[in-house]
Structures are given as structure tokens and as C-alpha cells.
Design a protein around this ligand. Structure first.
Ligand code: PNW
Length: 503
């Protein structure tokens, strides 16, 4: 055999083993897909639903939404939830993660009036899921705060702890027979930093370096109160579980041999993920010490009498600690740290300036979202870091997904899922990280917040130019369906981008 063929053969074998890696998911590993109320329901002002902060932003400042769209009709899931359930059943998911619209259930935000139509809608959806044996995983708060409560200060108002607990209480009481898995908050970082420390999310209160920290104080207390309420009052009879979903942009040093960058990446991860995970998932509790120190130092340098980040007292440290049955992780991408200093895009004061590091985009493959680069190895590093930082918690991936402009032959999405899922298998088998389930974002193209419908994350394409919002399956539906049927990463050639099929 000529030499070159032998070498060619060896390369092929190596490529095959390293590319294929582990393919089979462990027994008991569960799969689902996710959505959120405001992104899909529409029916923004019918049957008693009141205005939420996203209705307000998209109606009063439409220029803030990339394509000028809004959630008025969205995917019309308020009327078409049966189609949603059919699609879920076709894909063969174990569970469906969706959220309740607070303003649909409690139009004033408070429990003075419960909207019967809101209650009926979610019972109908839950019953339709039960008929297909699909387990619900329900998020109580996925960003759509009733405007009435925002008018009182929203998450910067400490009273929100009581309002959230009352809302959670009603939901546990009304729906707890049918729902065994709850998520309190979706992505506290995005709520506090993007919506109260910046204008990236509604209500777009640009109180950088101040409002974001007021928000985290309230939100973590509200989460803890909802957890204790469930744990003490409802768990004994309802036997469910309750957690929080924390998002991470995972930070890595741009040069792994640069000690300063390595240290700063850890600081950035503590500021991003640790901000909400440390108070709940560590023995010590409270905010990460580096965060407490950095913000105190910056505040002093600004001439303030005390830190912009108020620490929890011992009562609240203890009350917040341990209040999540699982660590829910939403993960999409990895960014890089290039050095110490003030990031050129940081406002003053701000969370980003408080970190004291310069960040940049990773070099990974692009998506339709500027912030989202494809970096599967970062996912594995994040998961290993969570295992070591938070005492080996049981983990659910509650979101992971990829955006494009809506193509039906969505090879980019398929390869993203395949590569990120493959990293989950690596950390399960090689590092014993306890990842128990995976949720793909998202069932169908939907209202992607300030990006409107310009960035599409769905398995199903949604035509928003048609009043009945027709849905068309993309190729990724077949990929996920096969994954669900076999519990193995599909190896089928038809899922590979034709331009990449040759070795
Ligand atoms: C999540 N980041 O938001 C939300 O939970 C979804 O509602 C949203 O549609 C989805 O991910 C896609 O954006 C994120 O910058 C926003 O890392 C920003 C980031 C991650 C998630």
C-alpha cells in the first residue's frame, strides 16, 4: 500500500473517532424544548390580559425593536396552542418548558383579581400536554412584568418580594396538581443587568451600576421566598421540584497561558454566573467575595459613602442558600477576556466597569445574533466549572440554541446542537458532571425581544406575514426527532451540510 494512502487512512480513523466521540445518552436523561409566554402567545390585550413591560416598550418605542415588530400576535399560541402541542408530540419530547404570563393571570400584578380566562388558558394547555404524555416545566417569570408593577419600580422595588410570592402562591395552588417542575426566574442576569442596568431589555431602565444591583437584591429574595413557600406548603402534597435558570456567557482567557487573563476570566465568571449562583449554590452564600470587593472599591473611588452593591445580612444569606433543587443553566456562547482595565463599551459606573476586565467576542462560527458565536468547548468548561464551584450539583440545561435568518435547511442549527450535545456527553462520561436533562431553545421562531423576528431560533419556521402564523418544520425537527427516538446523536448523512459532507 502506498505510503500516502496509509497516512490518509490513519487520518480518517483519527477524525472519525474524535468526531464521533460518545453518542449515547445515559438512561433517564430527558429532553425537551422551550418557549416563553411573551415570545409566542400574542393576544396581548384580549380576555383580560393587561399590558406588560414588553408591550409598553414595543408600542411606545418601536424603534427599539430591530424590525419594528412586537408581541401583539407573535406566534398566536394563545389561539394555536393545540398546534404547538402537536408539534411537540411529533418531535417526541419528554417535556415542554413554557412560561406563565403574569399579566394574563393577574392583570393588576397583585392577587386582588384573578383573571378566569388566564387560568382557563393554562389549564387547557396543561391538559393538552397531559393527553400527549408531555411533562410541563413551567417558568413563573420570563421577563414580562405587568406594567402596573413596573410603575411601582419593578424589580428595584423591595415590595416585589411579596408580589412575586403571592403570584407564585396562586400558581402553585391552582396548577400544582398538574405541574411537577417549576422554574422561578429565567435568567436573573438578563433581568437585572439588561433591563435595570442597561436598555437591552424592557423596561430599559438605564440605571447602570445602581438599578442592576437593587434588582438582584429583590430578585434573589423573591426567588428564595417562592422556594420556601413551595417547599413547606406545597411540596408535601404535590411532590414537585423547583429551581432557577441562570444564564452564562462563559468567559475564557484569550490566551490560556496569560496568568492575568486567567484570573480575570474567573472574576468575570463570578460577576456573571456567580452573581446569582453563589448566593444559592455555595455553602458560604451571599455574593461572590470578588464582586463584593470590586464594587466596594469602585464605589469608594467614586466618592460614595457605601457600596452600590448592598450585601445580604446573615438572615438573608441563610434564607437564600440552598433554595434550588437543581442548577438550571441556560447557555449559548463563550466570550473572551483580553486584559485588565475598563472595557471600552463600559458605562460609568456599571457592572462591566466593576469587573475591571476587557471582553471581546470569541472567534467561533457566527450566528444571526451578534453575541452568539459557536464555541462548544466553552460549554464543557462551564459545566466542569459548575461542578467544582457549586459542589457537584444536579444540572438541567434549561436552554441552548442557535439563531439564523429562518432557513428551512438549517444545517447551522443542527451542527450547533450536535456539537453542544456532544460536549454534554463528554462531561457526563469523562468528568462525571451530573447533567440530567437538556432543553433546546426553541419550538418555533418567535419574538426574539429587541431583535424582533430578525433572529430566528426555532425548530419550526413561522411566517409572520400570514394572519394564521403557519409553521413549517425545518430540517432540525427531523434531527431532534431522531435524537429523541434513539437517545443517540444522529449520524445520518442527511443532517450534514452538503458543502461539508466530503471528508
Ligand atoms: C435567552 N446572552 O436570552 C432567553 O431566555 C430567551 O427568551 C431568548 O429568546 C433566548 O435566550 C435567545 O436569545 C438570552 O447574551 C439573551 O448570552 C442573551 C444571552 C443569552 C440568552
Amino acid at each position: 500500500m502506498p505510503h500516502s494512502v496509509l497516512i490518509g487512512f490513519a487520518v480518517l480513523v483519527i477524525c472519525h473517532t474524535s468526531q464521533a466521540g460518545y453518542t449515547k445518552f445515559p438512561d433517564g436523561f430527558t429532553f425537551g424544548v422551550a418557549t416563553a409566554a411573551h415570545q409566542i402567545e400574542g393576544a396581548w390585550n384580549v380576555s383580560g390580559k393587561s399590558e406588560n413591560v414588553w408591550d409598553r416598550l414595543s408600542h411606545t418605542r418601536p424603534e427599539m425593536i430591530a424590525d419594528g415588530t412586537n408581541g401583539d400576535i407573535a406566534c398566536d399560541s394563545y389561539n394555536r396552542y393545540r398546534e404547538d402541542v402537536e408539534e411537540l408530540a411529533y418531535m417526541g419530547v419528554d417535556f415542554y418548558r413554557f412560561s406563565f404570563s403574569w399579566a394574563r393571570i393577574l392583570p393588576s400584578g397583585r392577587v386582588d383579581f384573578v383573571n378566569p380566562d388566564g387560568i382557563r388558558y393554562y389549564h387547557d394547555l396543561l391538559d393538552a400536554l397531559a393527553e400527549k404524555n408531555i411533562e410541563p416545566l413551567v417558568t413563573l417569570f420570563h421577563w414580562d412584568l405587568p406594567q402596573t408593577l413596573q410603575d411601582l419600580g419593578g424589580w428595584a422595588n423591595p415590595k416585589m418580594v411579596d408580589y412575586f410570592r403571592d403570584y407564585a402562591d396562586l400558581c402553585f395552588k391552582e396548577f400544582g396538581r398538574k405541574i411537577k417542575s417549576w422554574i422561578t426566574f429565567n435568567e436573573p442576569y438578563e433581568i437585572c443587568e439588561d433591563a435595570y442596568g442597561d436598555e437591552k431589555k424592557a423596561p430599559a431602565i438605564d440605571s447602570h451600576g445602581v438599578g442592576n444591583y437593587l434588582c438582584s437584591d429583590t430578585l434573589l429574595k423573591a426567588h428564595a421566598e417562592a422556594y420556601h413557600l413551595y417547599n413547606e406548603t406545597y411540596r408535601p402534597t404535590q411532590n414537585g421540584r423547583i429551581m432557577i435558570s441562570i444564564n452564562s456567557i462563559w468567559y475564557e482567557p484569550s490566551d490560556t497561558n496569560n496568568a492575568e487573563q486567567v484570573t480575570l476570566a474567573e472574576v468575570a465568571n463570578q460577576f456573571k454566573f456567580g452573581w446569582f449562583a453563589h448566593p444559592i449554590f455555595t455553602e458560604e452564600g451571599g455574593y461572590p467575595s470578588v464582586m463584593v470587593e470590586n464594587v466596594a472599591q469602585q464605589s469608594a473611588a467614586e466618592g460614595l459613602p457605601k457600596s452600590r452593591l448592598e450585601q445580604f445580612d446573615q438572615y438573608w444569606i441563610d434564607r437564600i442558600k440552598g433554595t434550588s433543587d437543581f442548577l438550571g443553566i441556560n447557555h449559548y456562547t463563550t466570550h473572551l477576556i483580553t486584559g485588565a482595565g475598563v472595557d471600552p463599551i463600559a458605562k460609568s459606573p456599571s457592572w462591566l466597569k466593576d469587573i475591571g476586565a476587557v471582553t471581546t467576542m470569541n472567534v467561533g462560527g457566527e450566528s444571526a445574533s451578534e453575541w452568539l458565536r459557536v464555541v462548544p468547548t466553552g460549554f464543557a468548561n462551564l459545566l466542569r466549572w459548575c461542578k467544582s464551584s457549586y459542589n457537584d450539583p444536579p444540572i438541567y440545561i434549561t436552554e441552548n440554541g442557535f439563531s439564523d435568518r429562518g432557513t428551512l435547511q438549517d444545517y447551522g442549527r443542527i451542527s450547533y446542537f450536535n456539537d453542544y450535545l456532544s460536549e454534554i456527553l463528554n462531561v457526563i462520561y469523562d468528568d462525571n458532571v451530573k447533567v440530567l436533562g437538556y432543553t433546546a431553545w426553541t419550538l418555533m421562531d418567535n419574538f426574539e425581544w429587541r431583535a424582533g423576528f430578525s433572529e430566528r431560533f426555532g425548530f419550526y419556521f413561522v411566517d409572520i406575514t400570514q394572519p394564521d402564523r403557519p409553521r413549517t418544520p425545518k430540517l432540525s425537527v427531523e434531527y431532534f426527532r431522531q435524537l429523541l427516538a434513539t437517545r443517540e446523536l444522529p449520524q445520518d448523512e442527511r443532517f450534514k451540510d452538503p458543502s461539508m459532507r466530503r471528508l
